[in-house]
Design a protein around this ligand. Structure first.
Ligand SMILES: C[S@@+](CC[C@H](N)C(=O)[O-])C[C@H]1O[C@@H](n2cnc3c(N)ncnc32)[C@H](O)[C@@H]1O
Length: 377
């Protein structure tokens, strides 16, 4: 059973306590602790004046299995032994697929459906042949030898995303309920931050960097139906799946544009977006790329624009208490986790030029960090 409590909010952000509200009074908290989903559902459906839920933090700055600790070094040493790494990689994959299928995510069926479809035809029109991939992107990743540059990775991406959401809210009765919390709170954090700090509430253009097969992009487009939404990713295979899925759905009133580019150097015009979102991207990147992504987001955003970063929270109690088997398997397929956990993300955002940086644990495992481009230079 998960525990839910208010975090020491003042330590978490350096702006006005935007998300604190009477809903989080001790009595509301006590009532809702009995049924976290009821409590969360209330928050998710709240409009602009609502607030974002909060979850329990651990006692550490980051999990012991990350960074420079002896435990982290031991795990690193184990992973560096080639035969052991291959064994772990397979183990990680097996655990991922079986846990997904146990929660009714038909991982293998979904993958087969994509691989046997006409998705391959989409590649030519989404791929940018001039792209230069950063070196970190060319390494084996997520137990795929070709990293994200493969059809298998693309075909499995949506099931993997669903599984991540299920893992975050294991008590949820369905994927939809889990999404209401994980995606709902993330969207709400973005909306509230923008309303509070943008100086204008109009959201005309949204960029989803690291959109993968478009799940986060569609959530953004549904939440902000009057905005022009662009999904951008480095993997043309993922974008081909995103575009293929679009063609099989009813046409949207706000069609999504898909772009194959590096989020560190998009080639898109400066000052052209109100929101730049990076959902579950940063833990896959080395620190130098994170800094590059932040700089590019600052350039792309209009004054008053909002950046929203959602990803694993170093302070999550659940992640701090993860079992050794799970964190070892996870680290074996995520080469940049240590760098991600070691980076002071809020500080990096301020150094890039963002102000009103706010951090909110939007589900038991993930934080959403939002910031604003100064209204005047
Ligand atoms: C876990 S997936 C994102 C999932 C998706 N945003 C969602 O919430 O469902 C991370 C994505 O980041 C992309 N990525 C990593 N580095 C990137 C970069 N420098 N520029 C653009 N995309 C990048 C990867 O190709 C991958 O699709």
């Amino acid at each position: 059973m998960a525990h839910y409590a208010l975090p020491p909010y003042s330590k978490l952000h350096d702006a006005t306590p935007l998300f604190l509200s009477p809903v989080f009074s001790s009595s509301a908290k006590a009532t809702n602790r009995r049924n976290p989903l009821v409590r969360m559902a209330g928050h998710v459906s709240t409009g602009g004046g609502g607030n974002v839920a909060s979850f329990e933090e651990g006692h550490l700055e980051r999990p012991r299995w990350t960074g420079e600790t002896p435990l982290s070094r031991l795990v690193g040493a184990l992973i560096s032994i080639k035969p052991l790494y291959s064994f772990m990689k397979l183990g990680a994959r097996r655990v991922l697929i079986s846990t997904a299928e146990k929660t009714n995510i038909p991982w293998r069926d979904m993958t087969k459906e994509i691989l046997e479809s006409e998705v391959y035809k989409e590649l030519e029109c989404v791929e940018n042949p001039a792209i230069v991939y950063p070196d970190y992107y060319l390494n084996p990743f997520h137990a795929y030898d070709e990293g994200n540059l493969s059809w298998l990775a693309a075909a499995e991406a949506e099931a993997a995303t669903m599984s991540m959401v299920r893992r975050a809210i294991p008590d949820a009765p369905s994927l939809d309920e889990a999404n209401k919390i994980v995606r709902g709170n993330w969207l709400q954090a973005i909306e509230q931050h923008h309303l509070q700090y943008s100086g204008s509430s109009t959201i005309r253009d949204i960029l989803d960097v690291g959109c993968s097969v478009g799940v986060s992009t569609r959530f953004l487009a549904d939440k902000f139906p009057s905005a022009n939404v662009t999904g951008l990713d480095l993997s043309p295979y993922f974008l081909a799946v995103a575009q293929y899925k679009d063609k099989r759905k009813a046409p949207r009133t706000n069609p999504i544009r898909w772009i194959h580019a590096n989020g560190e150097a998009t080639g898109l015009p400066s000052n052209s977006f109100d929101i730049v979102s990076l959902a579950y991207v940063l833990h896959e990147c080395p620190a130098r790329a994170i800094v590059g992504l932040l700089k590019e987001a600052l350039r792309l955003l209009r004054p008053g624009g909002t950046i929203a970063l959602t990803d694993n929270s170093p302070k999550s109690k659940i992640l701090q208490e993860l079992s050794p088997v799970l964190f070892t398997l996870m680290k074996s397929t995520e080469p940049f986790l240590d760098e991600y956990y070691m980076l002071d993300l809020e500080q990096a955002m301020r150094e890039a030029g963002f102000v009103t940086v706010c951090t909110n644990l939007t589900d038991p495992r993930h934080r959403t960090v939002t910031g604003t481009v100064p209204l005047s230079p």
